[in-house]
Design a protein around this ligand. Structure first.
Ligand code: NAD
Length: 466
């Protein structure tokens, strides 16, 4: 089928390449000329494992190309995926729908014939209803444009896998519509995937919009739940990691997303729970999602708690101390630093007078752009040069598996602060290091060292779906 994907960021570029991989003829559209140039040259403008191969293969086969021209999109296909950004508003918690509206405004007036627009961006409930009215005003006489909403659940770092083997596909259509072409078209697009047994959930616009934000709200709540428990564990000297293992054995609870630590960040969860709460307020349901404000507050508290922990670890004040921060991306296997807890901690330490040097395997370029006041190193060991404390802020495998003797000769003081509770404390203690973990003591872990590390990497592998 001929398809377009409007908005070629983390979601859209992956979706475009994966749709071409399924055999479709895809045109990606983005307003960012530099991004379109790089994509056209077969270069992924961000780090996403496996995407480069798929992108290049499909460009070479002629099934995938990119443009900045919405008219070209209108001429290329009659099915258009919409994956532009929905960031937090600059002066509020609601989602900024400016990009979604702009994409519709650029595309719809130039459409001719019958078209289907399939929204994939994460939007507040009610958006599709509003957009359908906008489309009706913008569409030329005799042009029929149907709107469906099919939210995206991919996780950065696993985006290709999640797009080609999703847990489920959700499609919402106009509840007042008498005839819809959306579901049969979506069945055609995803035929290969649906034949493997992936469920297709057909519903209305509002339910589809709510599925996405509810899923993210649930995940955020689970993470903040364990972090709240970890605050209590710190007071009484209990081990939240063991507690999480123990409660996680209950299948109704499950162990995933119960890792206490520095909390969540990125381009999705924080802004999605805020936009969800803002939308509930607009709908007059002020108390309904009030708990998400607390989920957010618990999460943000982890960042200051981490800064305090680092201060304590170096004797009470970071002023004039050299601090190495290992990790800048909001999670491993990504170069995304949007609302990254790691960079927030690095920035706060710098504001308290520390000389902070950051290293991340993939996110250095984005970090430099976002936090130019910090120093950046080209390796973990380089960042740790004469450090008074080493802070693990993102659980990249190379930090999880790092051994103390790699750093013994480099640092000024053997102090490690584990912001992700991902290290083996006994190994560091045995090597003569002071070990500190956010969320309180870590006990009884040595026995489980190998499984624990495998487990940590396993957890990194299942980190946040976007
Ligand atoms: P992004 O910022 O990486 O990409 C958005 C892209 O849209 C940018 O390249 C931008 O230039 C482009 N754009 C903006 N206005 C445009 C227009 N008028 N026409 C064409 N292109 C335009 O954002 P993202 O992370 O890809 O997220 C996109 C949406 O998908 C958001 O709603 C997000 O919440 C949702 N989402 C993201 C993920 C994820 O893991 N990143 C997962 C699921 C859902």
């Amino acid at each position: 089928m001929k398809l377009t994907v409007i908005g070629c960021g983390y979601l859209g570029a992956t979706h475009a390449a994966c749709m071409a991989e399924l055999g479709h003829d895809v045109l990606g559209v983005d307003v960012d000329e530099a991004k379109v140039e790089r994509l056209t040259a077969g270069e992924v403008p961000f780090f996403e494992p496996g995407l480069q191969d798929i992108l290049r293969r499909n460009i070479a086969s002629g099934r995938l190309s990119f443009t900045t021209d919405h008219r070209a999109a209108a001429a290329h296909a009659s099915v258009h995926f919409l994956g532009v950004g929905t960031p937090q508003e600059p002066r509020g918690h609601a989602a900024d729908l400016g990009h979604v509206n702009a994409a519709i405004d650029a595309l719809v007036p130039v459409l001719r014939g019958d078209h289907l627009i399939i929204g994939k961006s994460t939007v507040p409930v009610g958006t599709a209803t509003g957009l359908a009215q906008r489309i009706a005003v913008l569409a030329a006489d005799g042009v029929a444009v149907e709107l469906a909403w099919s939210p995206e659940f991919l996780r950065e770092g696993f985006a290709v896998e999640d797009t080609l083997t999703p847990d489920r596909i959700v499609v919402g259509t106009d509840p007042a519509g008498t005839t819809s072409s959306a579901v049969p078209v979506i069945r055609d697009i995803y035929r290969e995937i649906l034949e493997t047994g992936v469920p297709l959930i057909e519903t209305d616009w509002a339910t589809a919009e709510l599925v996405k934000v509810s899923a993210n709200a649930f995940l955020a709540t689970k993470i903040s739940f364990i972090n709240a428990i970890s605050e209590l564990c710190e007071i009484v000297g209990a081990d939240v990691s063991t507690l999480a293992d123990a409660i996680g054995h209950d299948a109704r609870i499950g162990r995933r997303f119960l890792n206490a630590g520095l909390g969540f960040g990125g381009g999705c969860l924080p802004k999605d729970i805020r936009a969800f709460t803002a939308r509930a307020d607009e709908l007059g349901a002020h108390r309904t999602l009030g708990f998400l404000r607390e989920v957010d507050a618990i999460n943000m508290r982890r960042r200051t708690a981490m800064v305090d922990l680092v201060s304590d670890a170096v004797g009470g004040d970071v002023l004039g101390r050299n601090i190495a921060v290992l990790g800048a991306a909001f999670k491993p296997e990504s170069d995304d630093v949007r609302d990254s807890p790691a960079l927030s901690v690095a920035g706060q330490l710098a504001l308290r007078g520390a000389s902070v040097t950051v290293f991340d395997p993939k996110a250095l370029e984005n970090s430099r752009r976002t936090y130019p006041m910090l120093a950046y190193a080209s390796s973990g060991a380089d960042a740790c040069d004469r450090a008074d404390a080493v802070v693990v802020a993102t659980e990249w495998a190379e930090f999880v598996h790092m051994s103390p003797d790699e750093l013994d000769e480099v640092v000024r003081a053997k102090v490690i602060v584990d912001g992700r509770r991902c290290l083996d404390p006994q190994m560091w203690l045995d090597a003569g290091w002071q070990y500190h973990a956010i969320g309180g003591p870590v006990t009884g872990r040595r026995r489980e060292r190998h499984t624990a590390n495998a487990h940590v990497v396993g957890h990194a592998a299942q980190t946040l779906r976007g």
